[in-house]
Design a protein around this ligand. Sequence first.
Ligand code: PMV
Length: 323
Amino acid sequence: MKVTVKANTNIALVKYWGKKDENLKIPLNNSISMTLDKLYTITTSDISDNDQDQVIFNNKEASEISKNKIIKFVDIFRNQYKRKEKLIIKTENNFPTASGLASSASGFAALAKSINEVFDLNLSDIELSKYARIGSGSACRSIYGGFVEWQKGKKDNGEDSYAIQLVKENYWDVRMMVVIIDDKQKDKSSTDGMKETVETSPFYPAWLDTIDNDLNNVRQGILDKDLEKVGITMEHNCLKMHSTMFTTRPAIIYWKPATLAVINKVYELRKSGIQCYFTMDAGPNVKILYEQNNSEKIKKEIMSISEITNLIECKVGSSALII
Ligand code: PMV
């Protein structure tokens, strides 16, 4: 049985940065994200007659590294559910991979759901979220649409570390603009970056100490549809995360000059009365949160920055689904 799944990526408003368990990808803090409708992965899984798995990535035979990652993930299901079948997996992102645009989030969410279907496992979204988490932490949030919280959980085996939906995609009509500054593969993966930060940044404890406050503000801000509350907290949270990176040894700096140019433009826009707020992940690209009525003005201003040639305007996206 051949099955195709589409999963949207997500961008964290309160970030996940730091693991309690590297293998199981259990985080040291909760995080809250928005699912984006325009950046997604489409994955088709099918039972193969061969004695080996086959992985096609963006229409080409996958590299050894990607193939091994994907097969290791399928093996978790094969071991758990005593399945022997080999698979043909075709996966495609509609946006650049490993550039801080959260391709692994949509990728592992789509893969988990497609394996669930092809092996007919009938797993709940919570179970799928836990499996997706083992693929790539933030993927656990991409099982759902709307606004989503990943609860770090308390158990050492990760059984209670999964995401839940806070509100559906039609609850609040906000936009997120992804401003592409550099779409090349990043030098340092988020996995290595967060490990080094936890181990060496003297400011990492402050990150953990202040996270509950950020989570409470963003959760409440989403429920109240309060853009200012969500936006101000999101910016502060992102700058705290990057401050822990800057103070890692050796320092981790994902920013490019254009990253600061976009940040300054967001401040200028706000001064002129247009509500918009920025966030960044493990890469130089900036994401801006705003309401639809300001869309045209913000696009025009961002495109006036000479280094910026491409932006993607997203609405709140839906859950991973079979297509
Ligand atoms: O799940 P990973 O390994 O891609 O890590 C994601 C880390 C951030 O994007 C920086 C933050 C987040 O919560 O998505």
